[in-house]
Each structure stands twice: as structure tokens, then as C-alpha cells.
Design a protein around this ligand. Structure first.
Ligand code: AP5
Length: 218
């Protein structure tokens, strides 16, 4: 199965992608996670991306496209993949098609998590992440068993640099400016399905599983 998850920051793409990738044994490719790892390592790519990400901007297409090409051609993608956070520009969407057609592959579905702005703000301001194992939490919706501590590895949870209120606003604005051309692109290809990102985690998961069944993917 090859999927793309679209949606504004905080729509819950990452949360659903983690569970879906386990359920279907497909590679979760999060461009945001890959970039954050590069920043953490202080690699040349990470140094280029750090400031852009902190300010809520978009990392240049050529960097992102290289990252995704490597991921979708890796062994981990043999069974399929979920792209989370890519494409974010029309050029990225077009390049994705080229990469896939070079290896005679195609996308099965593009899921758009439509999410209202108050929900996005509430989710991002309450998001906490584990800097060691990458697990994600929310102070109210998905709290850890012990406040501020990761359930999996006992590390102290932290907030993402780009989850500050002024950066959240910039990320939402940027998303709204760039998304319509991508939505139109996938609509024309007949691949686009819209779901409500406002739903709770389990309810949204059920909707997604039902959708896969209805599209002959499970
Ligand atoms: P990225 O990491 O992709 O960030 P994003 O798209 O802004 O998405 P988020 O991770 O903020 O949200 P999400 O939808 O995954 O929500 P989550 O599940 O975590 O990108 C970061 C940066 O990298 C970009 O700003 C850019 O600079 C750069 N970048 C990345 N890709 C790029 C590209 N293709 N091109 C150029 N630049 C790129 O959930 C959020 C919170 O809500 C969590 O606390 C979670 O626990 C909670 N939650 C989730 N679902 C629910 C639910 N259903 N109900 C209640 N709470 C929920």
C-alpha cells in the first residue's frame, strides 16, 4: 500500500501514520522526523534546515525530494509506505510521480485530514515529544502515564521548537497558501479522499480502516 497523508500542522498525520505503518507493515516516511534527526546530528543538511524549520518555513524542494527518493527506494519501502509531510508543494507532488513511475509504482490513496484552526492550535500547543525515542504525546488528549516522562524510555519530554504560538500561525498560513494546488492535482488523478482531522485518534483510525476496505486495500 502506498499512501500520502495531507493536512495542516497538528492534523494528526504523524499519530495515524505510526499506527497504520505498524498495522500494514509499511514504511512511515516523515520528512519532518528525518529533518529533525539531521538537525540533531548537526549534519550539513541539518544545518541548512534548522533555521528554516524553527521559523516555520519550507525547506527547499531539491533537499526534500532527495530525502524522499532515497526513502521510497530503500528496502523498508518494499511493502509500501506512508508519506507524512510530503508533498508540500506542487513541484514535490510532480517529482513524486516521476520517482514512482521510474520504478513502475503508483500511489493508492491520498488522504486529506481537514482540520479546523482552533483544533490545530490546541493540539500543537499541547504536543510533547520524547527526544530519545521519538514517541509523541499530548498533555490532555494523549498524556503519558507520568506527567512529563516518556512511557517507553523514561526520558524527559520536550516541546518542538516550531510549536511556539507565532511559528504555529506561520506554519498554518503557509500550509493554506500551498495546499490548494496539491489538492487539485490529486483530485484530477482521482486519488484524493477527505477525512476529518478533528476526530479523536481512535475514531479517525476507524474511518481510515473503513476507507481502505472500501477501496480494496485490505
Ligand atoms: P512536520 O514534522 O511534517 O510538521 P507538520 O506537517 O507541521 O505536522 P506536525 O508534525 O506538526 O503535525 P501532525 O499532523 O503530524 O500531527 P501529530 O500527529 O504530531 O514538518 C516540520 C517542518 O519540517 C516544516 O515546518 C518544514 O520546515 C519542514 N518540512 C517537512 N516536510 C517538508 C516538505 N515536504 N517540504 C518542505 N519542508 C518540509 O499531532 C499533533 C498533536 O496532536 C500531538 O500532540 C498528538 O498527540 C495530538 N493528536 C494527534 N491526533 C489527535 C487526535 N485525532 N485527537 C486529539 N489529539 C491528537
Amino acid at each position: 500500500m502506498r499512501l500520502v497523508l495531507l493536512g495542516p500542522p497538528g492534523a494528526g498525520k504523524g499519530t495515524q501514520a505510526v499506527v497504520l505503518s505498524e498495522r500494514f507493515n509499511i514504511y512511515h516516511i516523515s520528512t519532518g522526523d528525518i529533518l529533525r534527526e539531521e538537525v540533531k546530528e548537526g549534519s550539513p543538511l541539518g544545518l541548512k534546515a534548522k533555521q528554516i524549520m524553527q521559523q516555520g518555513g519550507l525547506v527547499p524542494d531539491e533537499i526534500i525530494i532527495q530525502i524522499v527518493e532515497k526513502a521510497i527506494n530503500s528496502k523498508k519501502s518494499t511493502n509500501g509506505f506512508i508519506l507524512d509531510g510530503f508533498p508540500r508543494t506542487l513541484a514535490q507532488a510532480e517529482q513524486l510521480d516521476k520517482m514512482l513511475s521510474n520504478s513502475d509504482k503508483n500511489l493508492d490513496l491520498v488522504l486529506d485530514f481537514e482540520t479546523s484552526t482552533p483544533v490545530i492550535i490546541e493540539r500543537l500547543s499541547g504536543r510533547r515529544i520524547c527526544p530519545s525515542c521519538g514517541a509523541g504525546y499530548h498533555v490532555k488528549n494523549i498524556p503519558p502515564k507520568v506527567e512529563g516522562i516518556c512511557d517507553n524510555c523514561n526520558s524527559k519530554l520536550s516541546q518542538r521548537d516550531d510549536d511556539r504560538p507565532e511559528t504555529i500561525k506561520k506554519r498554518i498560513d503557509l500550509y493554506q497558501k500551498s495546499i490548494s494546488s496539491i489538492i487539485d492535482y490529486y483530485k484530477k488523478k482521482g486519488l484524493l479522499k477527505t477525512v476529518s482531522g478533528d476526530l479523536e485518534v481512535d475514531a479517525l483510525y476507524k474511518v481510515l480502516i473503513e476507507m481502505f476496505k472500501n477501496n480494496g486495500l485490505t
